[in-house]
Design a protein around this ligand. Structure first.
Ligand code: KG4
Ligand code: ZN
Length: 337
């Protein structure tokens, strides 16, 4: 089964053709990051406009690279939640028109389910059940993947997402948006023992809290500025990354161990972080667990992951009609169409 998938939930316009949920036939991502960088973050109105301008060309390119005509497709998959509402609506309306014009099924896909499914494209042997840590710009979840379309969120951030915390700390350190990858690079050059950052506590041991950590970084920098002291950015970035990664790893591994999982996976934009990838790989080995993570190109937003999840949603009969709407927020274990 060949599915054309469309993703437009934030600042990437993407389209992909995916075979049977596991094989990338083609994948195209048009990023808007350079433009949003000027404003220090994603400007929703600009994002929507750029999606409108790019979507036809991006889909055409995905079909051309796949060597297919749209009439040869079996279904259309699309991200319909969560995300920026104006951005989502561009993809949803395009997908709706295409699906009904072609007379093909329309499959709505939850963005975070897509991030998790990126693992299926890289690891043919991976099957549920397993436990997944989802870390992106907007989400930080510990998820039990009970089946391909059955999820239970057992832990989540009670304030900022991990990626958001990376980006805000990076901004305070003087890096451009989105700063996660700059902190990652700087962390290879510094010393993690030069600064002290707090590890916040939460009532539910599987929940996360990152706003205190973000504020601690901002305060540390302001205090130094007021005293006329120089901050060593590499050391601070290293300490910060080390702290975030240890928090994520400790909670995730404890949860997986307590729930008896022998397979664990990582997903979302922050899954590109080198410290987190290495840390989880080492810890999984210690606990005797198998560890799965997508390649870097599939960690950030893309449509290939949406096509992978769309295949499994289709198997379960999750098909939408012309009334499909987009939703800015929606929990991945309580989806609605
Ligand atoms: O999944 P994603 O592409 O978009 C959302 O769905 O939110 O995630 C983007 C987030 C940003 O916060 C970005 O800074 C972060 O992923 N990110 C990283 C790295 N690469 C991207 N964070 C830490 N280390 C990285 N290497
Ligand atoms: Zn994402």
């Amino acid at each position: 089964m060949r599915i054309l998938a469309i993703e437009s939930s934030c600042d990437e316009t993407a389209a992909a053709v995916i075979k049977d949920g596991r094989e990338i036939v083609s994948s195209v991502v048009a990023t808007q990051i350079e433009e949003h960088k000027l404003y220090g973050g994603v400007v929703p109105e600009i994002a929507s406009r750029r999606h409108c301008e790019s979507i036809c060309a991006v889909v055409a390119e995905a079909l051309e690279r796949a060597g297919m005509k749209n009439t040869e497709l079996d279904a259309i998959g699309v991200t319909y939640a969560p995300g920026l509402i104006g951005a989502l609506l561009v993809g949803v309306n395009y997908a709706k028109s295409l699906a009904f014009g072609l007379g093909k099924p329309l499959i709505p896909v939850h963005h975070i389910r897509g991030h998790i499914a990126a693992n299926y494209l890289a690891h043919p042997e991976l099957e549920p059940p397993y436990m997944c840590l989802v870390v992106s710009g907007g989400h930080t979840h510990i998820v039990e993947v009970l089946d391909y379309t059955e999820f239970r969120v057992i832990g989540r951030t009670i304030d900022d997402a991990a990626g958001e915390c990376f980006d805000k700390a990076a901004r305070a350190m003087g890096f451009p948006y989105p700063g996660g990858k700059y902190i990652d690079e700087a962390s290879k050059l510094g010393d993690s023992r030069k600064y002290n950052l707090p590890k916040p506590h939460t009532q539910n041991p599987y929940d996360f809290s990152f706003s205190g950590l973000k504020t601690a970084v901002i305060n540390l920098i302001h205090n130094a500025e007021q005293k006329g002291e120089q901050i060593n950015v590499n050391d601070l970035a290293t300490t910060f990354q080390h702290t975030v990664c240890r928090i994520l790893e400790d909670k995730f591994l404890t949860a997986a161990h307590e729930k008896g999982y022998k397979k664990i996976a990582l997903a979302g934009g922050v899954a590109a972080n080198s410290g987190l990838r290495e840390g989880l790989e080492d810890k999984a080995l210690e606990y005797g667990m198998e560890f799965f993570v997508p390649p870097l190109a599939l960690c950030g937003d893309n449509a290939a992951m949406i096509g992978a999840q769309a295949f499994y949603e289709y198997q379960k009969g999750h098909i939408a009609n012309e009334n499909l709407n987009a939703y800015a927020t929606m929990s991945l274990d309580k989806v609605r169409y």
